[in-house]
Write a protein that binds this ligand. Structure first.
Ligand SMILES: *[C@@H]1O[C@H](CO)[C@@H](O)[C@H](O)[C@H]1NC(C)=O
Ligand SMILES: *[C@@H]1O[C@H](CO)[C@@H](O)[C@H](O)[C@H]1NC(C)=O
Ligand SMILES: *[C@@H]1O[C@H](CO)[C@@H](O)[C@H](O)[C@H]1NC(C)=O
Ligand SMILES: *[C@@H]1O[C@H](CO)[C@@H](O)[C@H](O)[C@H]1NC(C)=O
Ligand SMILES: *[C@@H]1O[C@H](CO)[C@@H](O)[C@H](O)[C@H]1NC(C)=O
Ligand SMILES: *[C@@H]1O[C@H](CO)[C@@H](O)[C@H](O)[C@H]1NC(C)=O
Ligand SMILES: *[C@@H]1O[C@H](CO)[C@@H](O)[C@H](O)[C@H]1NC(C)=O
Ligand SMILES: *[C@@H]1O[C@H](CO)[C@@H](O)[C@H](O)[C@H]1NC(C)=O
Ligand SMILES: *[C@@H]1O[C@H](CO)[C@@H](O)[C@H](O)[C@H]1NC(C)=O
Ligand SMILES: *[C@@H]1O[C@H](CO)[C@@H](O)[C@H](O)[C@H]1NC(C)=O
Ligand SMILES: *[C@@H]1O[C@H](CO)[C@@H](O)[C@H](O)[C@H]1NC(C)=O
Ligand SMILES: *[C@@H]1O[C@H](CO)[C@@H](O)[C@H](O)[C@H]1NC(C)=O
Length: 783
């Protein structure tokens, strides 16, 4: 974790809301110039690791520590010792349910691994798993009743007669307790939500914390989280203590508690509209879910503050051409459009009918069409979130909340449900490696109110049971949304019949995901990308050809992730001269690819995938899975257009030796010297002849060897810039513990082949494959 902790450079701003330490606040006017606003909106967010993971670890460990400890040290998770140790630590009903399920091999345990990946019990008895399906007849007690609100001519301004309207209509609440008592997942999630609600009940209201670049997004998201949890607890118990506590929180962010909250006027920070949108969404949920407990005075107060600090700024964003705050309305197929329209839509749907100002109605006439033109295009045609895998979380959460609320409140999705979102669930699954996400580009802000649970919504809406089966074992599954998006009639093993590999081929993204198993984090994973260096809302790196490699439970070739979002010009633009590309983590030098002449790649790159094939293995129903003999996959791309001074560069990657080894191959002709570079957290020991290097993490080893050309040798360095690089506007963050493995070559034509050979304990020994040109690669060319 030290890598992440080194990154928290923005924390000094945490307690200086609008203070002198905020260089972008104009003390005299209280507002920012458009140029300053542009800077501020594009400036950053604190590292999600800082808040997200430590808290999540506490929650998970607190609840399922027994199950995790019990399975972690034993290959056989259902062994008597594992169960005994687990039950000794078990203290709550949900743990018992989980363990009961685990004992029958049906419930993968949540994980306490560094990367928060599930640890699946290795079960060979295939009869305990069935093919993924929504088995409505087999489990009638877990099926939602059918919906009766289906207007013939739906309109966004015409809502269902009963409440709640948003996401969770009464017909679902009516059967939820029954579902909870019949399903270990729902039971565990219910208990987790109550656990958080209880913690927050006893905590102080959320403090106003203004973070220079990120505005008040963290407190806004915390408010939304509490609004969801308190509202849920109220509806599940009818106990008005939850409504009362929620109203304290509402008054707090409306500035009505002692001490106030934020500046007068633009309290919800419309300059950084995500903040306004998330607070509005929280108000909408609270208003709607707790409707029958609010007095008329409370309802009026909630509406009044919501319109004053939230929705009226939404109207400004849409209608005031001299205002900057609605920049996200135009040409923004990224998370901002989904989150901003989502928040305005939830809030407007909630108060529609009670709102006598016409604001809600006006906004609903604007947000749906705008989201269709922007948010609906968030994923590319192959389902990849163009802003990177990490922004998938924010974008799909905003999208799913908005679409789900429109469906429940008004009876239509208005075309928001499209094929790209159907595929978006799979791009997320394939983007998760064995140990962590294939984290290209920026890995951004706190995720605590944006989970991967949109995937439950996709599963139900697109009839894709695999997606629900996958997500229900993930650490972030507990969430009020999950209680309603998850269809508990789902059964089976997500991996049963699921292909191991997938190539994603939209010109913006172009990437491949390959693995040897879906259910053992000690397995192997390869990710490689080509794609464009622009068109990603400036969240990408200059990284055509970048790859990662996971094996034996570790990331041996990995990403440096996001830089400091608050650093000057970090998000300036994605042109060649942008200062963004002077930061080490964003420049080509900081990626696992070829670096020609120590220069950045061309931002106008248009790579082409030239070859992809796979033996197309699918995992069977057993979670203990070994690929069959001859199993392999390969992928290669023409990334010439990403380089200057280079007449050809084809880069490929493939599995060797039944997916236990990896070969990276570059066929290059360049008029400049170049480097092959790769970043690793491993200790790197280069052999005396320079032909191989041993990478070691926690005693596990991968030997990396140069097969060709014969005169090439490894060197290594720290992950720091060359002294000849242009100076960035602000210093880079350090990358402690990271070593760059390098092969440096003179100008010329080469076929560079680098073999990665994990040293498996009790596993297969390594082989040395033949040399084959990329053009002649086939599924059998390296046998
Ligand atoms: C991974 O392998 C290590 C031994 O190398 C073992 O201790 C650990 O339990 C394994 N993890 C899983 C999830 O099987
Ligand atoms: C949900 O969790 C709470 C807190 O543990 C518990 O009191 C309640 O009975 C649970 N609901 C159901 C339906 O099991
Ligand atoms: C509980 O709170 C933690 C910390 O904010 C969060 O990560 C987690 O998602 C929450 N879970 C639920 C069920 O609200
Ligand atoms: C809460 O009140 C509603 C409406 O009166 C009722 O249908 C529901 O059963 C009650 N729930 C609980 C947990 O008492
Ligand atoms: C906050 O106080 C203002 C001024 O008294 C009032 O108009 C508004 O309705 C209050 N809002 C809430 C949520 O209490
Ligand atoms: C439109 O926005 C500008 C810039 O923020 C502001 O000065 C002006 O008052 C706004 N117009 C209206 C009608 O609110
Ligand atoms: C939106 O993008 C399109 C296509 O790139 C471009 O033609 C158009 O000018 C852009 N519109 C705005 C307002 O930036
Ligand atoms: C180093 O480990 C961290 C997790 O602690 C991971 O996020 C990062 O990607 C790794 N870096 C490299 C270069 O593998
Ligand atoms: C891009 O940003 C750089 C600063 O990082 C600036 O010098 C350049 O003018 C900007 N280009 C465009 C087209 O905005
Ligand atoms: C594997 O699947 C891909 C995509 O469906 C197909 O193009 C290819 O021919 C298949 N290869 C084999 C060996 O079955
Ligand atoms: C997979 O291979 C491992 C190691 O060789 C072996 O222990 C295990 O039994 C195999 N599993 C299956 C399902 O063949
Ligand atoms: C690779 O792309 C370049 C243009 O960027 C093109 O000139 C070259 O012919 C391509 N090579 C192959 C093998 O497709």
């Amino acid at each position: 974790m030290s890598y992440h902790q080194a990154n928290n450079t923005s924390t000094q701003n945490l307690h200086s809301p609008y203070g002198a330490s905020d260089p972008y606040y104009n003390q005299s006017t209280g507002y920012l110039s458009p140029a300053m606003e542009e800077k501020r909106r594009t400036r950053g967010v604190s590292n999600w690791i800082k808040f997200g993971v430590p808290v999540a670890i506490l929650v998970i460990i607190g609840v399922v520590v027994g199950a995790v400890v019990g399975t972690r040290h034993s290959k056989d998770s259902t062994s008597p010792e594992a169960k005994a140790s687990a039950s000794a630590a078990a203290s709550s009903a949900s743990v018992n349910s989980a363990l009961n399920a685990l004992a029958t091999g049906k419930f993968a345990t949540a994980t306490n691994s560094l990367y928060m990946m599930p640890i699946y019990p290795q079960v060979t008895d295939t009869s305990v798993f069935v093919s993924p399906t929504f088995a409505s007849t087999a489990k009638a007690s877990l099926t939602w009743p059918s919906e009766t609100f289906t207007p013939a001519a739906p309109a966004a301004t015409s809502v269902r007669p009963d409440r709640p309207r948003l996401i969770a209509p009464q017909y679902k609440w009516s059967v939820l307790a029954d579902h909870i008592s019949n399903d270990p997942y729902l039971s565990y999630w219910n208990e987790s939500i109550f656990g958080n609600a209880t913690t927050w009940f006893n905590a102080d209201p959320i403090p106003y914390v203004y973070d220079g670049g990120n505005g008040i997004l963290d407190p806004a998201r915390q408010f939304k989280q509490r609004a969801k949890a308190f509202s849920y607890a109220y509806r599940m118990t009818n106990n008005t203590k939850w409504a009362d506590r929620l109203f304290t929180e509402i008054k707090n962010v409306a500035g009505n508690n002692t001490g106030g909250w934020g500046p007068d006027g633009d309290k919800w920070n419309s300059n950084h509209f995500l903040d306004t949108a998330e607070l509005s969404a929280g108000f909408g949920i609270a208003y709607d879910w707790v409707y029958d407990a609010w007095t008329d005075e409370q309802k009026a107060a909630i509406r009044q503050s919501l319109i004053q600090y939230g929705l009226s700024f939404g109207v400004q964003a849409y209608t005031n051409s001299s205002s900057f705050i609605g920049w996200w309305r135009t040409n923004t197929t990224g998370n901002w459009n989904c989150v901003c329209n989502g928040g305005l839509t939830l809030a407007s749907l909630a108060i529609l009918g009670d709102d006598t100002t016409g604001t809600a109605e006006q906004l609903l006439g604007l947000t749906v069409n705008n989201a269709l033109n922007n948010c609906a295009g968030g994923p590319t045609s192959d389902g990849t979130w163009s802003e990177t895998q990490d922004y998938w979380y924010f974008g799909t959460t905003g999208y799913a909340e908005m679409t789900s609320a429109l469906i429940t409140a008004t009876g239509s999705d208005y075309g928001m449900l499209n094929d790209a979102y159907k595929l978006a669930g799979y791009s997320h699954m394939y983007g998760q490696g064995q140990t962590q996400m294939f984290a290209v580009g920026d890995t951004g802000p706190n995720k605590f109110s944006s989970t991967a649970n949109s995937i439950f919504f996709f599963a139900s809406q697109f009839n894709e049971p695999v997606l629900a089966l996958y997500q229900r074992d993930q650490y972030d599954a507990p969430d009020p949304w999950s209680m309603f998006w998850y269809d508990a009639s789902v059964q089976g093993a997500f991996w049963d019949g699921l292909p191991l590999d997938r190539s994603f081929d939209n010109e913006i993204d172009q990437w491949v995901s390959m693995r040897n198993t879906w259910t053992d984090m000690n397995g192997t994973f390869i990710g490689m990308k080509a794609g464009m260096n622009q068109g990603r809302q400036t969240h990408n790196d200059l990284d055509c050809g970048d790859f990662v490699f996971h094996a034996m439970g570790h990331t041996f070739a990995g990403e440096l992730g996001d830089g400091n979002y608050n650093a000057l010009d970090y998000f300036s633009n994605d042109t060649q001269e942008s200062a963004r590309w002077t930061y080490y983590r964003k420049m080509t030098e900081g990626q696992n690819t070829i670096l020609v002449n120590k220069q950045n790649q061309d931002v106008l790159a248009r790579p082409v995938i030239l070859g992809y094939d796979s033996t197309n293995d699918t995992q069977g129903s057993s979670s203990d899975f070994n690929v069959s003999s001859g199993s392999t996959a390969y992928w290669y791309a023409n990334i010439t257009s990403a380089y200057f001074d280079t007449s050809s560069l084809l880069r490929g990657v493939r599995y060797i030796n039944d997916r236990t080894q990896m070969l990276v191959q570059d066929e290059i002709t360049t008029s400049q010297s170049f480097q092959w570079r790769m970043h690793t957290n491993a200790t790197v020991d280069i052999a005396s002849d320079g032909k191989s290097a041993t990478l070691t993490i926690d005693g596990d080893e991968v030997i990396v060897s140069i097969l060709s050309p014969s005169n090439a040798q490894f060197t290594k360095s720290d992950a720091i810039r060359f002294s000849s690089d242009p100076t960035p506007p602000e210093p880079d963050q350090p990358n402690p513990g990271v070593t760059v493995l390098i092969i440096e070559m003179d100008a010329g034509t080469y076929n560079l082949q680098v073999l990665f050979s994990p040293q498996w304990q009790n596993g297969p020994s390594s082989v040395t494959p033949p040399s084959v040109d990329l053009a002649n690669w086939s599924l059998t060319s390296h046998n």
